[in-house]
Design a binder for this molecule. Structure first.
Ligand SMILES: NC(=O)c1ccc[n+]([C@@H]2O[C@H](COP(=O)([O-])OP(=O)(O)OC[C@H]3O[C@@H](n4cnc5c(N)ncnc54)[C@H](O)[C@@H]3O)[C@@H](O)[C@H]2O)c1
Length: 271
């Protein structure tokens, strides 16, 4: 059910690949809340063609953009303002990719060209998304920019590999650009640190099922689903969270502040 929380707001949603994507679920919720937006993804991801189904459902268009290309991003902002009829109020950065993780390279045998790609696509692109927004003067006052991250930025999850550094960069950029944007035009910038979620990016991490189950056991409320995450993003895009900025917001059912749970004790002591 919608509450019209985003009525009259315009934005861009990066990263909807298929029905499991957090960005996909978010697009459907934003639509339900009365917001309008363009969808975007890397040209290579668009070849799968699924995003066009989502665009139809949301009555919008897809504008291809590689999030590492300033040229693509500039064209994306210009096109989005044209299609939506004005400046933007929200941007979702829901992008992650590591060639080293994909190819299962061990942390002691990383390919550095791929490492730089990981940092560029999954971390630095967040800066590019905001710098381009600033240069194209694309954001309204009190606009809300959100990126998705994972707790491996703070704690070691060995199979997350070079993505851990990319997420640390991403979270740091949120603080630095959050400061700049707040002073410039009261735009707010936050990251949401989401529970393990069964999506293409999630399942690409080796041992994902084990740490999904572990996190489930270690979170007093259980893992937050992609739908829960979409709801939280709606809150962050709405005026109800107007004074929240430069934060890394834990959306994890309590995982990050739990030392041990009875569920885990029971499992470890089960004969
Ligand atoms: N799934 C999880 O367990 C989990 C947990 C915490 C945070 N996250 C984060 O959530 C975000 C969304 O991931 P998801 O789980 O929905 O998976 P997903 O695979 O559905 O989404 C990742 C998206 O990144 C896009 N992408 C990759 N390279 C790109 C580029 N160069 N330019 C533009 N887009 C590009 C992909 O096409 C894809 O749409 C990511 O930042 C991910 O790290 C995921």
């Amino acid at each position: 059910m919608g509450y019209n929380l985003l009525k009259g707001k315009r934005g861009i949603i990066f990263g909807a690949l298929d029905e499991n994507s957090i960005a996909w679920k978010t697009a459907l919720r934003v639509k339900e809340e009365g917001g309008s937006f363009t969808l975007t993804n890397a040209p290579i991801a668009l070849r799968m063609g699924k995003i066009n189904d989502l665009a139809k459902q949301c009555d919008t268009v897809v504008v291809p953009a590689d999030a590492t290309s300033e040229q693509d991003l500039t064209a994306l902002y210009q096109k989005s303002m044209e299609v939506l009829g004005g400046k933007l109020d929200f941007v979702l950065h829901s992008i992650g990719m590591s060639p080293n993780v994909r190819k299962d390279r061990s942390y002691g045998d990383l390919n550095y060209e791929w490492y730089l790609k990981t940092l560029d696509i999954s971390g630095l692109s967040f800066h590019k998304v905001m710098q381009t927004a600033e240069k194209t003067d694309a954001l309204n006052e009190w606009a809300s920019v959100v990126a998705l991250t994972y707790i491996a930025a703070q704690r070691v999850f060995p199979d997350y590999s070079d993505m851990a550094q990319a997420k640390a960069v991403l979270e740091s950029i949120a603080r630095s650009y959050g400061y700049r944007f707040a002073k410039l035009r009261k735009v707010r910038v936050n990251t949401i640190s989401q529970s393990p979620t069964k999506t293409t990016a999630g399942a690409g991490i080796s041992g994902f099922d084990v740490f999904f189950d572990y996190a489930q056991m270690m979170s007093p409320l259980g893992n937050a689903s992609a739908e829960d995450c979409a709801n939280y993003i709606i809150l962050m895009f709405s005026d109800l969270s107007k004074m929240v900025t430069m934060q890394n917001l834990m959306h994890d059912g309590g995982f990050s502040t739990t030392g041990i749970t009875q569920d885990l004790i029971d499992k470890l002591t089960a004969k």
